[in-house]
Design a protein around this ligand. Structure first.
Ligand code: HEC
Length: 135
């Protein structure tokens, strides 16, 4: 019992610290939105646009997918969009970089994608889930 009394204030103090730090972290988290200009464009430019740029990129010539601007990225391929706004699970863009594109994966970019980092893959996922904004 005596020990319980001794410990109580310390525990309370720690709890307050934890609650305080969660509360003060919240506004920062809410503001941390992925930016197309700052984050996504540079990732696609350095990893993908060697091939996905009009008119001579190999990937562009094969699919019509030019990822050099927001609008051309959102236009997608000649078959349709590669970004489903708000749904990275179903977006082919995310499936490809995450290695979830099944048979397509082998035909497309197994080797080429080795350069892209896990952090970049997650950034693209968050951007799509946050609404794929032109921000
Ligand atoms: C070395 C060239 C090259 C690089 C680099 C490259 N791609 Fe591609 N990409 C292609 C080619 C070629 C195709 C078409 C394959 C085919 O249909 O035969 C393609 C197709 C695609 C498609 C269309 C899939 C569909 O719906 O048919 C997407 C999406 C795509 N690439 C995304 C990316 C992303 C994202 C990156 C960067 C992480 C990237 N590509 C890097 C060459 C490349």
């Amino acid at each position: 019992m005596q020990q319980y009394h001794k410990c109580q204030p310390a525990v309370m103090w720690q709890r307050n610290i934890i609650i305080l730090s969660i509360v003060s972290a919240l506004p920062a988290c809410a503001l941390q939105q992925v930016s197309y200009k700052e984050d996504i464009h540079p990732i696609l430019d350095s990893n993908c646009n060697g091939c996905h740029i009009a008119p001579y990129g190999y990937g562009y010539q094969k699919t019509g997918l030019d990822m050099s601007t927001y609008h051309s990225l959102m236009k997608g391929t000649i078959y349709g969009p590669v970004v489903i706004v708000g749904d990275s699970r179903r977006s082919i863009l995310n499936k490809l970089v995450e290695g979830r594109a099944g048979n397509l994966q082998k035909i497309l970019h197994d080797a080429e994608n080795e350069e892209i980092t896990q952090k970049e893959v997650e950034t693209i996922r968050d951007w799509v889930d946050e609404g794929a904004l032109n921000n």
